[in-house]
Design a protein around this ligand. Structure first.
Ligand code: HEC
Ligand code: HEC
Length: 334
């Protein structure tokens, strides 16, 4: 019995030694690179880093309403892989637009920005929709309609940084999160199967009606020229302008009364003395309004940031801009 002890001691020491080696090896491994996991330090969009975007995301408390990889609140949709599905142009159009969901024209105008086109891998609108089907789905279903997302006063840089951050979360390996939602019908059937009260299943038919009643016009918006084709039969430029600002997505940022959205309200603007950021004033006449559409950064309205409104120079013709000015003029008397 007692001459067995040295042997047991040797076994115990050997096991202990093995464990020590294993512990040391695993410790070293834990310092080795992130095993193909994306890290924010290495992801950027245009000149903006995902790390800065994370700070913006926190500063505006986006987590108070949205989730990312399961963390946060469920008031707004999960944003984890939104960049991958909707692409940079859609996000650049959506983020600063407090009033309405982006229209086709709002995406086209973003694709004119070389940094966005480069990140998207195309500057063609049709190719973009091919590549980012969720952008197409959003334009068709909701383009031009009002949004519940609050009006957050982003600067141009903050928008770029947020896109960088959402690009990073899209590149994370999330092991399949977020899960794909069940199609409405199957979900309703599943609810029915567990014997839930009839009310629980009631919203499903509404959802189906909504999607089938979606407007087909949102995607049909064509670039400059096509919309004015009807000029011969449409003598009222203000009415034409009203349709243009809807299609172009201007109303996502501008109210037709004096209310402030992302940009100044248009009510009473025409002919007024408009205050500029440099302290001077300008008469809001035809020339100034047209300039505001073509070169939004040439003169900045007081209290607003430069670089948020895109230029509509190539997306509109001179006649279309005149029609828009006529429409803004018609809002002057209200
Ligand atoms: C007060 C709540 C709230 C806050 C704060 C908020 N959001 Fe939202 N957001 C929403 C809601 C609600 C929607 C859905 C809007 C709708 O359906 O009309 C939304 C929609 C979105 C969408 C579109 C999602 C999609 O699937 O189409 C993006 C992108 C987004 N928010 C980004 C952000 C970012 C980035 C921040 C922080 C800078 C932020 N949100 C802060 C409530 C919020
Ligand atoms: C993404 C938001 C956004 C969109 C979309 C947008 N704008 Fe603007 N707009 C602004 C901001 C912000 C300002 C104020 C800063 C400036 O003067 O550039 C502004 C300024 C203006 C002004 C000058 C107002 C004043 O009081 O001096 C006019 C006119 C104008 N926009 C027209 C338009 C038209 C027309 C469209 C659509 C073709 C449009 N905007 C689309 C954000 C937007």
């Amino acid at each position: 019995m007692c001459n067995d002890e040295p042997r047991r001691r040797r076994i115990a020491l050997a096991v202990l030694g093995l464990m020590t080696i294993l512990f040391a090896a695993l410790s070293v491994l834990s310092f080795v690179g992130p095993r193909k996991q994306a890290v924010p330090q290495e992801v950027s969009f245009d000149q903006y880093s995902a790390v800065d975007g994370k700070r913006v995301f926190q500063a505006y408390n986006c987590m108070g309403c949205h989730t990312i990889v399961g963390n946060g609140a469920y008031f707004g949709p999960d944003l984890t892989d939104l960049y991958r599905r909707t692409g940079p142009a859609w996000l650049a159009a959506f983020l600063p637009s407090a009033g309405a969901w982006p229209t086709a024209a709002a995406i086209r105008v973003q694709l004119q920005n070389p940094a966005i086109a480069a990140a998207a891998g195309t500057d063609s609108f049709d190719a973009y929709l091919e590549r980012y089907p969720a952008a197409r789905e959003r334009i068709e279903r909701r383009g031009g309609r009002s949004t519940f997302m609050p009006n957050l006063p982003f600067t141009r840089d903050e928008i770029g940084q947020l896109i960088g951050f959402l690009k990073y979360t899209s590149e994370m390996n999330t092991e399949g999160w977020p899960p794909t939602p069940l199609p409405a019908a199957r979900a309703a059937a599943a609810v029915g199967a567990v014997g839930a009260p009839a009310v629980a299943a009631a919203p499903a038919p509404t959802a189906t009606t909504n999607s089938s009643a979606a407007p087909t016009s949102a995607l049909a918006t064509t670039p400059a020229g096509a919309t004015t084709g009807a000029a011969a039969g449409a003598p009222d430029p203000a009415a034409q302008g009203a349709k243009l600002v809807q299609d172009l997505g201007c109303l996502a940022c501008h109210a037709t009364d004096t209310q402030r959205k992302v940009g100044p309200g248009w009510g009473g603007l025409y002919g007024s003395q408009s205050k500029l950021a440099d302290g001077s004033t300008v008469t809001a006449d035809d020339a100034y309004l047209e300039e505001s559409i073509v070169h939004p950064d040439a003169r900045i309205a007081s209290g607003f940031a430069a670089g948020v409104m895109p230029s509509y120079e190539t997306l509109t013709t001179h006649e279309q801009r005149q029609a828009i000015v006529a429409y803004i003029r018609s809002l002057a008397r209200k």
